[in-house]
Design a protein around this ligand. Structure first.
Ligand code: TNX
Length: 547
């Protein structure tokens, strides 16, 4: 017995000595070769302090979480996947025998901020999204009081990984510059809109867009779900909306729609990326497709045909038929029940054939229906001409006059001025996609404006944030989405996230130039604007996957 025990003791001692001898010393970077400014961070963080040494990321680097809740493990998994796709390094999560340097993910709740892991990310203020990254020699820590802040910090970490090499083979040690980053958003509402009605986009295509939006810290995806050309969301009580109204799209091609199960899956995917989906059902105009399915809606006794052109302003619903409001109630309730975010967008734009009193009556009634469903109504800026009160939100896209009325009423405003923020405006005359009714919007025009003061007379406390809409009359797949969104979208993300004193076109365009490395690795079909000196990868890219 004694013999066995002492033999065992020797065995253990031998094993420990052997393991210690085998363990490589932890890699250290004494004098860093790069700094944060060489990386092209977008949006630019609020405060950056640099340090000489760097953090080495290599095969023994591991990810450590401050707790092991499903949420934290999901965050760690997300981080590990993105690092793998970028570098080929497969980092362990919370290993039993940690060996190398550590990436620590930490939630440190403060007294004021209760942690909300499973809810949508719309904090009423911006504090929840702030985070701090400290890069030391052996520990890189991302800390936030809230999950949404941790997630934003992880996006910054992705941008801190050097872009230069393509695989683990040609770069076994990836140096992350040393120092600290403290960051918080300028606006709580940082949106993008996708029109899935003029042309239909599959769930896969929308998810790919979400991946790219998340990388730039966008937190809202507004989906324009219905229009004259198509109805794209299943409503159980009114099945013909999609069966009939979803059939086609602009140009006459096959349309499509999301089943409720697919929509829920999309909402969940967005939620995992801390992006809130805002559903829009545009009414009383832009409603031809629904009236084809249920002709009583338009009140003119005629059954219209499916429309595949691009004109606007010819359709309306009947504001004086109670059955129309019963229908709208069903639609709003079914969609709201699947949308955890606080908003419902009721459209309200370009209702050119709706008589003014009918328009007012309709918007008033539908705003109430939306509130009854527990949501805050948002509408395009025309809705201010109805009896909206300070609880509704106006999305300013064209009319300064409407913006002024919104201010008088104390309504919050989302800034989407078409001349600056419409992603579907062409870059220049010969751009293959896009329209130009609001002008051409090259990459500098898109960035050089100040949301804080753009809409004259709109005080900053009434600005909820900004949103870049992408209408889809001229685009029908991911490549075309990306051609119009990139490289302009990172600029809108910066206008929304970074404070005005941090923003400067001449400095920004250097950081934008570096995004081509990210775009190339991820096969993003960006428009290579000649206004930017795009950086091409110094080593032949060998794409491992998308990061
Ligand atoms: C105006 S912006 C519209 C849309 C078009 C877009 C094209 C707005 C509220 N309405 O119906 O798709 O222009 O740029």
């Amino acid at each position: 017995m004694t013999f066995i025990t002492s033999k065992l003791r020797y065995l253990i001692l031998f094993a420990v000595l052997f393991l210690t001898a085998c363990q490589k010393p932890m890699i250290e970077i004494e004098q860093g070769i790069s700094d944060f400014s060489a990386l092209g961070l977008i949006p630019i963080p609020a405060a950056i302090e640099e340090d000489e040494h760097g953090f080495p990321m290599y095969k023994d680097t591991y990810i450590k979480t401050s707790d092991t809740t499903a949420f934290m493990l999901h965050m760690a998994q997300f981080t590990a996947e993105k690092i793998f796709h970028h570098s080929g390094l497969s980092l362990e999560i919370n290993p039993e025998n940690p060996r190398g340097t550590a990436i620590e993910l930490e939630i440190t709740p403060t007294e004021e901020t209760e942690v909300k892991t499973n809810e949508h990310n719309m904090d009423p203020n911006t504090t929840g999204e702030s985070y701090k990254i400290s890069v030391g020699k052996s520990i890189l820590k991302i800390a936030s009081a809230q999950p949404s802040g941790l997630f934003r910090g992880i996006q910054t970490l992705r941008q801190l990984i050097p872009n230069q090499a393509a695989t683990i083979k040609n770069m076994p040690v990836w140096e992350i510059p040393g120092g600290t980053i403290e960051d918080a958003p300028n606006y709580a509402f940082r949106g993008a809109m996708l029109d899935v009605a003029r042309h239909f986009f599959t769930i896969q295509e929308v998810k790919r867009y979400i991946d790219l939006l998340a990388y730039y810290k966008i937190n809202i995806l507004h989906l324009h779900l219905t229009d004259d050309q198509g109805w794209r969301i299943e409503i159980k009580k009114w099945p013909k909306l999609t069966e009939v109204g979803g059939e086609k799209e602009v140009g006459g091609g096959t349309g499509g729609f999301y089943t409720q199960a697919q929509y829920k899956d999309l909402v969940a995917y967005a939620n995992k990326h801390f992006i809130t989906i805002i559903p829009e059902v545009d009414m009383p105009g832009h409603t031809n497709a629904a009236s084809v399915a249920y002709p009583f809606l338009n009140g003119n006794g005629k059954t219209p045909e499916l429309y595949t052109g691009t004109e606007v302003g010819f359709s309306t619903w009947d504001a004086n038929n109670e059955k129309v409001y019963d229908f709208v109630t069903d639609v709003v309730n079914e969609i709201s029940a699947m949308s955890p975010g606080p908003y419902f967008h009721l459209g309200g734009d370009e209702s050119h054939v709706t008589k003014k009193p009918d328009y007012i009556k309709f918007v008033n009634r539908v705003s109430e229906i939306v509130k009854q469903a527990g949501k805050t109504p948002i509408g395009w800026d025309e809705i201010v001409t109805a009896d909206t009160d300070s609880t509704a939100i106006a999305q300013f896209w064209a009319s300064e006059k409407n913006a002024a009325i919104a201010v008088q009423k104390g309504m919050k405003v989302i800034l989407s001025p078409a001349k600056k923020a419409y992603l579907d405006m062409q870059y220049k005359e010969d751009s293959p996609y896009g329209l130009h009714w609001a002008g051409y919007v090259p990459v500098d025009t898109a960035y050089i404006w100040t949301p804080e003061t753009y809409a004259k007379g709109v005080p900053s406390e009434l600005i909820l944030g900004i949103e870049a809409p992408l209408w889809s009359e001229t685009i029908s797949n991911s490549d075309e989405i990306e051609y119009l969104a990139f490289p302009r979208l990172p600029g809108y993300a910066e206008l929304a996230w970074s404070s005005p004193e941090k923003r400067d076109w001449n400095e920004y365009k250097g950081r934008l130039a570096l995004q081509s490395l990210f775009f190339d690795r991820n096969k993003v079909n960006y428009y290579p604007s000649e206004k930017i000196d795009w950086v091409s990868p110094p080593l032949a890219p060998k794409t491992i996957g998308k990061d």
